[in-house]
Write a protein that binds this ligand. Structure first.
Ligand code: CA
Length: 220
């Protein structure tokens, strides 16, 4: 898997690039907005882009727009802690996921693998009852649109990445709510209950005792 790291700060990019290589990824690194599109469109091909939003010669969100006009390569944006606006706008513009700075190589590697897995699932999930379109933020069950809140959608989107996989509660917390979750577990259960109701078939979201939840939607 080949990752394009877009990051202008050497104090961030150097350990990051080294860490990703240690984790078995191929890495290309650029520090300027103007270098991103040539790298994305290069012959070698890029599987995932990690995009810093604060670049010396341009706004990362403009770069994201430009990428999306030309390519559906998965993009993970790196945002500053607390900068929720950038995060939301980034996801609306078609970013696949985000990491909050400072993040660990381990966390990023997990996100990269999840994004890769999601892409595979999008290609193979035809025949399943639940269809989630992340870029349009729409979901259907048996072809019928389901009206979900933001959190319900995010929850379903994570579960739908890999139908049948038991997703641990902690992963759901950290990916749908906050990387450092400190609340009670109630919020998750409340959202699952309302998601089940809206999907019209409570059995679609299964409780996996002692682990978390799974989407019981395996194509026949
Ligand atoms: Ca920067």
């Amino acid at each position: 898997m080949r990752i394009l790291v877009v990051e202008d700060d050497p104090a961030v990019s150097q350990p990051l690039v080294e860490g990703l290589i240690r984790n078995g990824f191929e890495v290309e690194h650029v520090g300027y907005a103007s270098q991103v599109m040539p790298a994305v469109m290069s012959n070698g091909g890029i599987d995932v882009v990690l995009l810093d939003l604060g670049l010396p010669d341009g706004d990362g969100l403009d770069v994201l727009r430009e990428i999306r006009r030309a390519s559906d390569v998965p993009v993970i944006i790196a945002t500053a802690r607390g900068d929720e606006t950038d995060r939301i706008v980034g996801l609306e513009l078609g970013a696949d996921d985000y990491v909050v700075k400072p993040f660990s190589v381990r966390e990023l590697a997990a996100r990269v693998r999840a994004v890769g897995r999601r892409r595979r699932v999008e290609r193979t999930s035809e025949g399943g009852r639940v269809v989630v379109n992340r870029s349009h933020r729409t979901a259907t069950v048996d072809g019928q649109p389901v009206d979900l809140t933001t959190k319900e959608f995010d929850l379903l989107a994570v579960l739908a990445e890999e139908p049948g996989r038991a997703v641990p509660r902690q992963e759901l917390f950290s990916r749908v709510w906050d990387p450092v979750w400190v609340g009670t577990g109630k919020t998750l259960d409340v959202h699952v209950a309302s998601l089940r109701k809206k999907l019209g078939d409570p059995d679609l979201v299964e409780t996996v005792r002692g682990v978390g939840y799974r989407l019981a939607d395996i194509a026949e």
